[in-house]
Design a protein around this ligand. Structure first.
Ligand SMILES: NC(=O)c1ccc[n+]([C@@H]2O[C@H](COP(=O)([O-])OP(=O)(O)OC[C@H]3O[C@@H](n4cnc5c(N)ncnc54)[C@H](OP(=O)(O)O)[C@@H]3O)[C@@H](O)[C@H]2O)c1
Length: 292
């Protein structure tokens, strides 16, 4: 009988790409996509052989239904102060349901002593998986290139500029499609990726000035990076409706970037997928319309 893979966070940036790639490549698997809100379910309904199933991390009963008959799990929760608690519940349910392998979306710098709370929470969640005895693959990506569309997109389109408190920090930003490719390989060939941890970065560390130049070249319009203070960034994020926990986490992340900690370039994409990681220039060229 075919095995079943369940993708959580399936309508998000990484999850939707995992579903897309599984639908195309994992032909001998059943694929279930954990969908949080019905309005967003259309993001994955276009893909063949994918069954959408409602999951709310705050509702344990739904988890039991979703996990029944699942063999492998792609585990991704949205950033929140409750993420470690959510993931610990998901892991307990995975254990009860007999899931054999978990591929967990974590973060670069995951560590119980990290300055950034999201990194501490991710390590806590990784530990819960280690202690469960279920085999795992941990994906620890750096900042996504897709953030330039999802977060900086509006000001790039409207003011030809983006505003970040990163000074001259260099960050080895990674395309979410490369993270998804590693996730899919790890789900389909879990023996090879048994209890491995992958640091996932793009091919080069770029300053935001360099990123602005690459975006300018791709779009044929001058796009500027404006370094701003933490206070200004806080105001803008509050205005955009982000909660205080997320604002503090993002500001701590930029402080981590400014210290140079996010500039490391790792080889996992090429080692696992056999393909070179997607460069930011290619990403920019492929998404020109999102910046116009
Ligand atoms: N962004 C980065 O640059 C970056 C870098 C490294 C690591 N990470 C890590 O990557 C993860 C985020 O990945 P992402 O950007 O792909 O996520 P995302 O785009 O924000 O998507 C989050 C997903 O979770 C679902 N969701 C939200 N609340 C839920 C709930 N209560 N119950 C069940 N599902 C829920 C969302 O569904 P709805 O939209 O329908 O609510 C969506 O499918 C986080 O763990 C973050 O720490 C992010």
């Amino acid at each position: 009988m075919d095995e079943t893979i369940l993708v959580t966070g399936a309508t998000g940036t990484v999850g939707s790409e995992v579903v897309k790639q599984l639908s195309k490549n994992a032909l001998s698997y059943n694929i279930k996509a954990g969908v949080h809100s019905v309005e967003n379910a259309n993001k994955i309904q276009q893909y063949d052989r994918v069954e959408a199933i409602l999951i709310d991390y705050d509702k344990q009963e739904g988890l039991q239904v979703a996990f029944k008959g699942t063999d492998k799990l792609f585990l991704l929760t949205h950033p929140s102060s409750k993420s470690a608690e959510h993931e610990s519940n998901l892991v307990s349910e995975a254990k009860r349901s007999g899931i054999s392998h978990i591929v967990k979306q974590s973060i670069m710098g995951a560590d119980l002593e990290a300055d950034v709370e999201a990194m501490r929470l991710h390590r806590q969640a990784e530990k819960a998986i280690e202690e469960s005895g279920i085999s795992y693959t941990f994906l620890r990506p750096n900042e996504f290139m897709q953030g330039f569309i999802n977060f900086q997109g509006p000001t790039i389109r409207n003011h030809n500029a983006f505003y970040i408190p990163a000074e001259n920090a260099k960050v080895s930003i990674v395309d979410a499609r490369d993270i998804a490719s590693i996730a899919v390989k790890s789900l389909m060939d879990s023996n090879r990726h048994y209890n491995k941890t992958y640091l996932i970065t793009g091919p080069e560390a770029l300053s935001y000035h360099q990123a602005a130049e690459i975006l300018s070249n791709a779009t044929s319009k001058k796009i500027q990076y404006v370094n701003i203070s933490d206070e200004k960034a806080r105001e803008a994020m509050k205005e955009a409706g982000l909660d205080d926990w997320l604002i503090n986490t993002i500001l701590d992340l930029y402080s981590y970037f400014r210290k140079g900690y996010a500039s490391q370039v790792a080889s996992a994409v090429e080692e696992v997928t056999g393909k070179k990681p997607i460069a930011f220039a290619q990403f920019a060229k492929e998404h020109v319309d999102a910046f116009k």
